[in-house]
Design a protein around this ligand. Structure first.
Ligand code: UT7
Length: 350
């Protein structure tokens, strides 16, 4: 039976680098605090002319170019994001136009930091059935931060990761194996970007406070739930697939905080040399995190045929997910990450 397969991977980390030291000129924080509490050293921010759609299109085009795939042959373009181009229409429509996927249907999905894995699980049956699709996880989270909230503002970055998906009948790459995902809407208030929707409308007062479109988070509660629920869903998937931690070659966790990654690895029973992390350089890129990690791993040639990968993710909702991947053949990939510009590209007065 045909299975959903990742034919190629594209990654894009925008070129502006903001180091922890640079943040200290804007808020009461320190490189030492950020590094020891999160493992983060720097993050990327999009340039002044970049938006969620352009950043998504760059990663999407990287995946298409890596494979040599004609955008005209795409059936679906799906963007997974919590920081969309605009409220309506879907960011994916702008991406579809930019890459010239003239026959494709385009739609967005929103699921927080677990959204990319949830999206893969939702779309895998379509890919297995022969639909060819681009699934792009993108966030411009630095555009949604309250720079007066030091506990949150230091954690996030911008980026995009794109998978070209199809059926294992047509070409080979990384098979999308079994996955699990869950949500608990009773925790919706703990982490999110509440304003601007229909519940909390933007008012002149909110605009004046500069908080109408920023992320709010109860960090310690998120930390605790992230560790418990990612460990639990990772263990459950391993047990359902009759695999032990030892049989997994790489853990590709959502890149939020090195302490969370370490704690999950410890609780599930992984050695740290099984775990991929680049949170030090890219920080938390939400829906982009897993795609960006895979693009980086492929560029570093860490992945080999026959390997089994386990991803776990947790984020707003709360939603959390785990996903197994099996490398049949190394997929084509392109990771664009030239960080040439030290500094931020846009105003900080949000
Ligand atoms: O994808 C899911 C998205 N979210 C996450 O993954 C985040 C999950 N949470 C976390 O990663 C951690 O909770 C944080 C990194 C956000 C915070 O770390 P913590 O060890 O839980 O610190 P805390 O919130 O308990 O704060 C400890 C102290 C406080 O000072 P006092 O009250 O002890 O004097 C904070 O005010 O650290 C202070 N603090 C800071 N100090 C310097 C908070 N943020 C900062 C900062 N710089 N940026």
């Amino acid at each position: 039976m045909a299975e959903a397969t990742i034919w190629s991977v594209g990654g894009y980390a925008p070129p502006y680098i903001v180091t922890n030291d640079m943040l200290t000129t804007r808020m009461d924080t320190s490189d030492e605090w950020i590094r020891t509490r999160t493992g983060i050293r720097e993050r990327r921010t999009a340039g002044p002319d970049e938006t969620t759609a352009t950043v998504s299109a760059t990663a999407a085009q990287a995946a298409l170019d890596a494979y040599g795939f004609n955008a005209d042959d795409l059936d679906w373009v799906v963007v997974c994001t919590d920081t969309p181009e605009m409220w309506s229409p879907a960011t994916a429509c702008f991406v579809q136009e930019a890459i010239g996927a003239r026959r494709a249907s385009a739609i967005d999905l929103t699921g927080g930091c677990a959204g990319f894995l949830q999206t893969l699980q939702l779309l895998s049956p379509l890919a297995a059935s022969g639909k060819r699709m681009l699934v792009i996880g993108t966030e411009l989270l630095t555009h949604a931060l309250n720079w007066r909230d030091r506990a949150t503002a230091v954690l996030f970055g911008d980026g995009s990761g794109a998978f070209l998906l199809g059926s294992s009948d047509d070409a080979d790459g990384i098979r999308i194996g079994p996955g699990l995902s869950r949500s608990d809407g009773s925790q919706a208030d703990i982490l999110g970007k509440p304003y601007g929707g229909t519940r909390y409308r933007i008012t002149p007062e909110l605009v004046q406070q500069g908080e109408m479109h920023t992320i709010r988070m109860e960090g310690p509660k998120v930390f605790k739930h992230a560790v418990t629920l990612m460990s639990e869903i990772g263990k459950t998937l391993l047990s359902q697939a009759a695999l032990t931690a030892e049989q997994i070659d790489w853990v590709v966790p959502h890149q939020a905080n090195q302490r969370i990654i370490d704690a999950v690895a410890h609780q599930v029973g992984f050695r740290m040399d099984q775990v991929f992390s680049h949170v030090a350089h890219y920080a938390n890129t939400g829906s982009a995190s897993i795609g960006l990690a895979l693009a980086d791993m492929l560029e570093q040639k860490l992945i080999a045929p026959g390997q089994k990968l386990l991803s776990v993710a947790f984020g707003a909702g709360f939603s959390w997910a785990s996903q197994l991947f099996v490398v049949n053949r190394i997929p084509a990939s392109r990771f664009l990450h030239a960080g040439e510009i030290l500094g931020d590209a846009w105003g900080w007065d949000t």
